[in-house]
Write a protein that binds this ligand. Structure first.
Ligand code: ATP
Length: 503
């Protein structure tokens, strides 16, 4: 909900996850900085992705290509001609929106109405409830679901035909209002190119016009043959990379969901022509499993198969996540055909082909890509983890249940009091753990308050040193989610943590 989203944003600031960029100058729109905890969470998500994509697949390798690329790259990729979003201004408020996003948000609300009816019915019918049957027979639900589908497909068709007047007409028919002001007084819809331009060179006359890359994928395509040859890769194989991308987005109030400078984690998988749809299904399934492995709730994910395909694709789907503002794209899986490599062949004059020894022929491979926004994944983790709990004794706590493997700080070591040698023992424990884990020390306030502070910051373990520790070398280890406490030997701490934290 809106409230939950606001809570996430303020919690992210208060606990050192995300700050507005250049905040002392009132910030820069849709640009954000990752703070001490945010930088760790982001790094851990990146590493979780990298390990599962690169280390767990013997035929995938990772690279790190430059943000600045030869400008012809963007001619070949189609970004100069076709990387546009439909923009609409509100005449009254002068606020600027993406027309397709306004329609999608409206459609999502209708979809949620259907979901609500379904949940109510489930409550009424109990065990005997047949959701699939209900969806096709209850007239109200049928209507909502049909409306939802029709709105999206009409929008997709209009965008595909570049019929922007029809996109505007649809906004009017659906009576969509400015989400900030309620006004329905719109301008025409027009196309807006999203690439950021910059210049290379010292003098104005011979400066070269460049772009900040709007996606990391092209750095992989232009290096396809270099990697294939130097790594002696055989098809099928993949190239992965993570890195910054830049888009001059038309934004309104989306926090880190839609940023102008963001980070992508992409993998391009090169396959035999004709086998791309098999691999497309494989990667859809594999990527969904990756998400589910984090335990953030199966019900929070859904696939959305694209009706409107980008100019380079022959199949595409999104993995959508249930953000506080509804289900939205988190990751895309695209069957990109041989569009990119062929286009680079054409513009560079260089062959980008693979000799397949089994088939005894050369061909331009087809590509299936998985593309996820690191910042969007961050937002998914953060918003899913933030919970207010009422405890058995009636008190409440705010807890950030970040999957332990991703948590910024893995353990806080706490001396029960500030004397009797307890701080020194705590420091010694930290010196041992810090080789393997990011751990922190806290001695201020009563131990109960320190637990609450660590709960809210997302730390999965608190290790408390007390007077018994001096006698028998044991500590209390407290688990963030269950709040259970165990007495274990100091020598067992590391292994205990490893059970839930190791990659
Ligand atoms: P959208 O329709 O939301 O603008 P897209 O379909 O243009 O996204 P892709 O070009 O497929 O997105 O990019 C792949 C992934 O990169 C997206 O699934 C998303 O997670 C992430 N991403 C794209 N644009 C942004 C952005 N402006 N800020 C943060 N993440 C982004």
């Amino acid at each position: 909900s809106e409230d939950q989203f606001k809570k996430v944003i303020s919690h992210a600031k208060e606990y050192g996850y995300i700050f507005a960029s250049s905040e002392i100058y009132d910030g820069l729109s849709a640009v954000y900085d990752y703070a001490q905890n945010g930088a760790e969470l982001k790094k851990n998500i990146r590493e979780y992705w990298w390990r599962s994509m690169v280390y767990m697949h013997q035929n995938i390798v990772g690279i790190d290509s430059a943000i600045l690329m030869h400008p012809t790259t963007w001619k070949a990729s189609g970004h100069i001609d076709a990387f546009n979003d439909p923009l609409i201004d509100n005449k009254d408020s002068k606020k600027r929106y993406r027309a397709d996003v306004l329609i999608e948000d409206h459609a999502e609300k209708i979809y949620q109405k259907a979901q609500k009816e379904i949940e109510k019915a489930r409550g009424r019918f109990g065990e005997s409830f047949d959701e699939e049957q209900y969806k096709t027979t209850n007239p109200r639900v049928v209507k909502y679901l049909e409306d939802h589908k029709n709105m999206l497909s009409r929008m997709a068709k209009s965008l595909e035909n570049e019929d922007l007047a029809d996109v505007k007409a649809l906004i009017e028919e659906l009576e969509i209002a400015d989400p900030d002001t309620g006004s329905k007084n719109w301008t025409e819809v027009r196309q807006f190119n999203l690439m950021f331009g910059t210049k290379l060179g010292a003098s104005a006359e011979n400066a070269m016009d460049l772009y900040l890359r709007p996606e990391t994928a092209q750095g992989i395509f232009v290096n396809f043959l270099n990697v294939q040859k130097s790594g002696r890769m055989k098809i099928p194989f993949g190239i992965a990379q993570t890195g910054k991308a830049f888009r001059n987005e038309i934004v309104a109030r989306q926090f880190i969901f839609r940023m102008r400078e963001f980070e992508q984690m992409e993998m391009q998988f090169f396959v035999r022509p004709g086998e791309e749809l098999k691999w497309y299904e494989y990667w859809k399934e594999t990527r969904l499993k990756w998400h589910l492995s984090l335990g953030m709730g199966e019900e929070n994910y859904r696939f959305h198969d694209h009706e409107k395909l980008a100019h380079y694709a022959n199949a595409a789907a999104d993995i959508e996540f249930n953000f506080p503002f509804g289900f939205k794209e988190l990751e895309g899986i695209h069957s990109r055909t041989d569009f990119d490599l062929k286009a680079h062949e054409k513009h560079s004059g260089k062959k980008l082909q693979f000799f397949d020894p089994e088939m005894n022929e050369s061909y331009v491979p087809y590509v299936v890509e998985t593309s996820i926004g690191l910042d969007r994944m961050f937002l998914a983790v953060l918003s899913n983890s933030l919970q207010d709990e009422t405890l058995e004794d009636g008190s409440t706590r705010t807890v950030l249940k970040i999957p332990a493997i991703l948590a910024p700080v893995k353990a806080a070591v706490l001396p029960l009091i500030k004397r009797d040698g307890l701080p020194e023992i705590a420091q010694k424990i930290i010196e041992d753990l810090q080789w393997d884990y990011n751990v922190t020390y806290d001695e201020k306030d009563a131990v109960g308050r320190r637990y609450r502070r660590q709960d809210a910051a997302g730390t999965p373990f608190c290790i408390t040193v007390d007077h018994q520790t001096i006698e028998d070398n044991t500590v209390t280890i407290r688990h963030r989610d269950s709040m259970e406490q165990e007495r274990i030997a100091i020598s067992e701490i590391s292994e205990k943590m490893r059970e839930s934290i190791s990659f």
